[in-house]
Design a protein around this ligand. Structure first.
Ligand code: C2E
Ligand code: MG
Ligand code: MG
Ligand code: MG
Length: 282
């Protein structure tokens, strides 16, 4: 009928609505608002010295206290933040907050040697990244030796010449560099020699292979690579006593995982450090 045709024509001539673009714009607005309203929080996961079982450091992990959705994990928003570029502002906020918090724990007399902060490729590539790091350290008073920056293989491989210069400048100031999710990138092992780094963080998928009946040759190999290159080796995602024992027996330096400690809000992590100082826990 004419009526039906009219309706179809109407629908047909409706300007096309790019739902994806709209969703992205809305996400950008809400992420920017979240930064302004202070809805992001940091959780801290202990990095445990596997020889002494003492807490050596902590990794800062972002969460979003969303007004209606509750506590959101990074996988719910980091991808969007990277797409719209807000990740740079988020990473700068995280860096500042993590340094401030670490300094205040150190001032309270807690034994926290280092704080590890995840840095996105976009933020690492910013022309003012070095300035951001040094200004943040100055303003928070945290020693550069207490800061470790976690970069992925993908970030390092994007532009190796300027990457090496930046890594050198950071390390000359005392800041340590870790390769996060090591072994999951597409890069060749050759880059390990070229890039001045301190720490290899073995991805949790390798640690997951430490279980009865599974092949643990890869995790064994990755630990050996780190040790042969004189890097500090951290294993991520330790979930069982068996995994912990295997890593200790293979002389892995440091461990992180739910079996050792789950990521905690700052107040609870502070209590953990206080108990450790009192000698009540490791
Ligand atoms: P990541 O840096 O590799 O962090 C380790 C992730 O493993 C964290 O997830 C941590 O909660 C989780 N984890 C720790 N122990 C275990 C375990 O025993 N088993 C399992 N299955 N998982 C464990 P989370 O906090 O969800 O963070 C996910 C990723 O989001 C991080 O991976 C990092 O790539 C990114 N991210 C987190 N915070 C930030 C940030 O401030 N800035 C940026 N750019 N990225 C961040
Ligand atoms: Mg990390
Ligand atoms: Mg990782
Ligand atoms: Mg990861």
């Amino acid at each position: 009928s004419v009526k039906e045709h009219g309706r179809n024509s109407f629908a047909f001539f409706e300007p096309p609505m790019d739902e994806r673009a709209m969703a992205r714009h809305q996400m950008e607005v809400s992420l920017r608002g979240a930064l302004e309203r202070g809805e992001f929080v940091l959780y801290y996961q202990a990095q445990v010295d596997l020889a002494t079982c003492r807490t050596a450091g902590a990794e800062a992990l972002i969460r979003w206290h969303h007004p209606s959705e509750g506590l959101l994990q990074p996988k719910a928003f980091i991808g969007f933040a990277e797409e719209c570029g807000i990740i740079k502002s988020i990473d700068r906020w995280v860096l500042r907050e993590a340094c401030r918090q670490a300094k205040s724990w150190q001032d309270a007399g807690y034994a926290l040697q280092s704080i590890s902060v995840n840095i996105s490729a976009q933020e690492f590539e910013s022309v003012d990244f070095l300035q951001t790091v040094f200004t943040t350290l100055n303003q928070t008073g945290l020693s550069p030796h207490a800061l470790e920056l976690e970069l992925t293989e993908g970030t390092l491989m994007r532009d190796s010449v300027s990457t090496i210069e930046k890594l050198k400048a950071l390390r000359a100031a005392g800041v340590r560099i870790a390769i996060d999710d090591f072994g999951t990138g597409y890069s060749s092992l050759g880059y390990l020699r070229r890039f001045p780094i301190d720490t290899l963080k073995i991805d949790q998928t390798f640690v997951a292979d430490i279980r009865p009946g599974a092949d643990d040759v890869l995790v064994d190999t990755v630990i050996s690579i780190g040790m042969r290159l004189h890097h500090h080796v951290v294993a991520e995602g330790i979930e069982t006593a068996e995994q912990l024992r295997f890593l200790q027996e293979h002389a892995c330096d440091t461990g992180q995982g739910f079996h050792l400690a789950v990521p905690l809000p700052a107040s609870e992590f502070g209590q953990r450090l206080a108990l450790a100082r009192a000698g009540e826990i490791a």
